[in-house]
Design a protein around this ligand. Structure first.
Ligand code: SF4
Length: 715
C-alpha cells in the first residue's frame, strides 16, 4: 500500500524509464489491499497518450517486496548486511571517503552516476565530487550510452543536443534513415511519428545487422556486418558524389572541410564497400537516391552505430553524409541521435562527465571554471582538473592511482559495464563501496553500505528528454519511511565532509542554482523555470532568459545556437558559424572473428526489459512478456552448431562466458548472434563484451566482439 495526498484527478508526470519520457497520469485508487497507483498515458506532444508495457507497469515497483526501505551496512564483506540508521550509514560513507583520501590522495574518492538521475541530482553529484571531495573522480553510465554521438556532434556542429528538432518533425520528413536504432522495440510510442510519415508517403530506410521490428516496417533494409557502418556511410556518400546528388551550395555556404573528405571518399568505391559491409551495391544505390531525392530527409542514429571503438568516427561519417546532402538546419531534415536512458540528455549536461561542468562547459576551460566556481561560492583553483572516463575508472578501482572508495548512484555497473566479470573483481578490491538504489542490485550486493533511494513517483525534479525538452517530474506518493532522495544523501554527506552549507537538498533550490551555473553555457537553462515547464509543456534548451521562447529547432538559417542572430553570424555555434566535415576511415573492429572465436556477438535491448534489468526483472507484467534471456541466432548457424529452438547455447569470448536459450530467427545475419544485456548470473552478457575504447569519446565496443558458440546444456 502507498500513502498519498495526490488529488483525485491524478498527478501529471513522466515515465521513469527511457528518453522518450512519455507523459503519464498517476491516480490513486482504493483496492482491497489499500491504495494503489493507477498509471495512464497522458496527452503530450511526444507520446500523445501512448505508453509501452514498461511505463504501464512502472508503479508495480513502488510497493515491491524487494524494495529497500532501510540503510544496510556490514563490517566485513563476508558478513551479511544488517539494518542501520541513516546517521550511521552516512557517517560510514563519509569516513570511507575521507580515509581513502587521507591514504591515497584526493582522487582516491569518487562517484559513479547514472543517466536516469534527474537534472538536479546529476548537477549535485558533479558539484559534490568537485567541491565536497575536491576529487577528479566522477563519471557515469551515460559514457556507455551515447558519448560517441555526443563527441561527434560537438566536433561537427559545435553543440551536442541529441535531436536538434522535435520528435514530431519525423512525421513531416519525406525520407528517414535509421542507423542502428530500433524504436519499434525500445520506444514504441515514438513509432506513431514514423507511421504518420509513412501514411503521408514517406520512405523509410533502416541500417541494422538484424531485421528488427523497425526494419520490418521500413521500405529498405540495409543489413551490414556489425562494426562496418562507417564504411557504409562513406560508400553512400561516394555514390552521392558520383551521381552529383550533393548540395554544393549548402556545402559552400554552411560548412568547412569538404575538399579533404571528397578526396578521402575515392577509397570507398561501391564494390569495396560491399565487400566490407555485405550490403549489395544495388541496395546502396537505391538508398542514396532516396536520401538525396526528397525535399526533407533525416538521418537518425542509435547505439548500434555508436557503441564501437570507432563510434565517434562512425557518427561523424553519417554527419558528413547529412552535411553533403544539405540537411542540418533545413525544415524537417537533419542528423540526430536518439538517446536511450531517461535523462541521457540532461544527465550529461550538468557535470557528471569526467571532463565537464554544468551547462556543457569544459572543466579544463579557465573561463568555465571561473563562472561555475562563482556560482558554487568556491575558489576556481579549488576545482580539480578532468578525471578519467567511466570504464577507465572502473578498470583501475583499487589499484595504485585508482579510486579506493566509491559511491555508486542509480547505476548497476556489475551488469551494465563492459567486461563485467573484471569490473566485479575491481569493485570487490575497493577499500570501501557504497551504493544507493531502490533494490539490492548486483552492484549493491558487493557494497559495504547500501542506501535505499526514492523512486520516480516519490520525487520532484526535472528531466531532459530525447528532444532536449526539459520536463517536470512530479511527486504523486509519499516515499516509504526510511527512504531518502539522492539529493538528501549528497547534502548529508557534504555536511559530514564540512561543506554542508553549499548543498541544498530540495530540488527546486538546486534547479535554481543549476540555472545560474548553466547560464551562458551551451546547454543554457537560465530562462527555464518550473512554472514555464508547467505552462508550456516543457521548454527546449538553449533558453538563455525568461523571455526567450526556448529552441525546439537548432541550426536554422540566421541562427547559431538558437538565439536570434544575423545571418552573418552563421548557422552553427562554431567559431566561424559553419559545420565541420571530418575525414574518417573504416577500420576493423577491435576484435575480429578468428579460428578460436569464429562468430560475432552483438548486444542490445529487448522490448520488455530495460538496462541492467534491476527494475524490469522484478516487474510481473514484464516477466510474463519475456521471462528469461535468449540468444537470437539464424537457423542456418543453429543447424551447423546442432542446436534448435529452446536449446542451450554456451557463448564464450576472451573475457568470459554466458549461457542462454536459443531463439531461432531469420532476422539476424548467419555470422552474428544477438543477446540482450538485461540479465545477470550465468546470462550476464557483458561478461563477454569488449572494453576496447573509442579514442575520442571513451565509448566501449559493446556492439561487436568475437565469440565461440557451443551447444551445451545449461546446468
Ligand atoms: Fe516509458 Fe520509454 Fe515506454 Fe515511453 S517508451 S512508456 S518513456 S519506457
Amino acid at each position: 500500500p502507498i500513502t498519498t495526498s495526490a488529488p483525485e484527478q491524478g498527478v501529471a508526470t513522466h515515465c521513469p524509464y527511457c528518453s522518450l519520457q512519455c507523459a503519464m497520469t498517476l491516480t490513486p485508487r482504493e483496492h482491497d489491499t489499500g491504495t494503489v497507483l493507477e498509471v495512464a498515458g497522458a496527452p503530450f506532444p511526444t507520446n500523445r497518450g501512448g505508453l509501452c508495457e514498461k511505463g504501464l507497469s512502472a508503479a508495480e515497483l513502488l510497493t515491491h517486496p524487494d524494495r529497500l526501505t532501510t540503510p544496510l551496512v556490514r563490517d566485513a564483506r563476508d558478513e551479511p548486511f544488517r539494518a542501520a540508521s541513516w546517521d550511521e550509514a552516512l557517517q560510514r560513507i563519509a569516513d570511507g571517503l575521507t580515509v581513502a583520501q587521507e591514504r591515497y590522495g584526493r582522487d582516491a574518492a569518487g562517484l559513479f552516476g547514472g543517466g536516469g538521475m534527474t537534472n538536479e541530482k546529476a548537477y549535485q553529484a558533479g558539484k559534490f565530487v568537485r567541491v565536497a571531495l575536491r576529487s577528479a573522480s566522477i563519471d557515469y553510465n551515460g559514457r556507455f550510452c551515447m558519448s560517441s554521438a555526443a563527441a561527434a556532434a560537438t566536433k561537427a556542429f559545435g553543440l551536442d543536443r541529441g535531436m536538434p528538432f522535435p520528435l514530431a518533425d519525423i512525421a513531416r520528413a519525406d525520407t528517414v534513415l535509421l542507423v542502428g536504432s530500433n524504436p519499434a522495440d525500445v520506444m514504441p510510442p515514438a513509432m506513431r511519428w514514423f507511421s504518420a510519415g509513412r501514411e503521408r508517403g514517406a520512405q523509410h530506410l533502416v541500417v541494422d545487422p538484424r531485421y528488427t521490428a523497425t526494419a520490418a516496417a521500413a521500405d529498405v533494409h540495409l543489413q551490414p556486418v556489425p562494426g562496418t557502418d562507417l564504411a557504409l556511410a562513406n560508400g553512400l556518400l561516394h555514390l552521392a558524389v558520383k551521381h552529383r546528388l550533393i548540395d554544393t551550395a549548402y556545402i559552400a555556404e554552411r560548412t568547412t572541410g569538404w575538399p579533404a573528405v571528397r578526396r578521402a571518399l575515392r577509397q570507398y568505391w561501391p564494390d569495396r564497400v560491399e565487400r566490407i559491409t555485405g550490403v549489395p551495391v544495388r541496395v546502396m544505390e537505391r538508398a542514396v537516391r532516396l536520401l538525396a531525392g526528397s525535399r526533407a530527409t533525416m538521418i537518425l542514429s542509435g547505439r548500434g552505430a555508436e557503441q564501437h571503438a570507432k563510434g565517434s568516427d562512425t557518427a561523424l561519417a553519417w554527419i558528413n553524409l547529412a552535411l553533403a546532402l544539405g540537411l542540418p538546419g533545413r525544415p524537417y531534415s537533419g542528423w540526430a541521435t536518439m538517446t536511450g536512458q531517461g535523462n541521457g540528455q540532461g544527465g550529461r549536461e550538468h557535470g557528471q562527465k569526467a571532463d565537464q561542468l554544468p551547462g556543457y562547459r569544459m572543466l579544463a576551460d579557465p573561463a568555465a571554471r571561473e563562472h561555475v566556481a562563482g556560482v558554487w561560492g568556491v575558489d576556481p583553483d579549488e576545482l580539480p582538473q578532468p578525471g578519467v572516463s567511466a570504464y577507465e575508472m572502473l578498470d583501475r578501482l583499487g589499484t595504485d592511482g585508482g579510486v579506493r572508495a566509491l559511491v555508486v548512484m542509480a547505476s548497476n555497473v556489475a551488469v551494465s559495464a563492459p567486461n563485467t566479470a573484471h569490473v566485479r573483481e575491481r569493485l570487490r578490491s575497493l577499500d570501501f563501496l557504497a551504493v544507493s538504489d531502490i533494490f539490492l542490485s548486483e552492484t549493491a550486493e558487493l557494497a559495504d553500505v547500501v542506501l535505499p533511494s526514492t523512486q520516480w513517483a516519490e520525487e520532484d525534479g526535472t528531466m531532459t528528454n530525447v528532444e532536449g525538452r526539459v520536463l517536470r517530474r512530479r511527486r504523486a506518493v509519499d516515499a516509504p519511511d526510511g527512504v531518502r532522495s539522492d539529493l538528501a544523501v549528497l547534502a548529508g554527506l557534504a555536511a559530514r565532509l564540512g561543506r554542508g552549507d553549499l548543498f541544498a537538498d530540495d530540488p527546486r533550490t538546486v534547479f535554481a542554482e543549476l540555472r545560474r551555473a548553466s547560464a551562458g553555457g551551451k546547454a543554457d537553462y537560465a530562462g527555464i523555470t518550473w512554472e514555464r515547464i508547467e505552462a508550456e509543456r516543457g521548454v527546449f534548451w538553449p533558453c538563455p532568459s525568461e523571455d526567450h521562447p526556448g529552441t525546439p529547432r537548432l541550426f536554422r538559417e540566421g541562427r547559431g545556437d538558437g538565439a536570434e542572430r544575423s545571418s552573418t553570424q552563421g548557422y552553427f555555434p562554431t567559431p566561424d558559424g559553419r559545420a565541420r566535415f571530418h575525414v574518417v576511415h573504416h577500420r576493423d573492429a577491435a576484435e575480429m572473428p578468428d579460428d578460436a572465436y569464429p562468430y560475432r556477438l552483438t548486444t542490445g535491448r529487448s522490448r520488455a526489459h530495460y538496462q541492467s534489468g534491476t527494475q524490469t526483472r522484478r516487474t510481473k507484467a514484464l516477466l510474463d512478456a519475456e521471462p528469461g534471456p535468449s540468444v537470437e541466432i539464424h537457423p542456418d548457424l543453429a543447424a551447423r552448431l546442432g542446436v534448435d529452438e529452446g536449446g542451450d547455447l554456451l557463448l564464450r569470448t576472451r573475457r568470459g562466458e554466458a549461457r542462454m536459450r536459443v531463439r531461432l530467427s531469420r532476422a539476424i545475419r548467419p555470422d552474428t548472434v544477438f543477446a540482450p544485456f538485461h540479465w545477470s548470473g550465468d546470462a550476464t552478457i557483458n561478461d563477454l563484451t569488449n572494453p576496447a575504447l573509442d579514442p575520442v569519446s571513451r565509448m566501449p565496443e559493446f556492439k561487436t566482439c568475437a565469440v565461440e558458440l557451443t551447444a551445451a546444456p545449461i546446468p
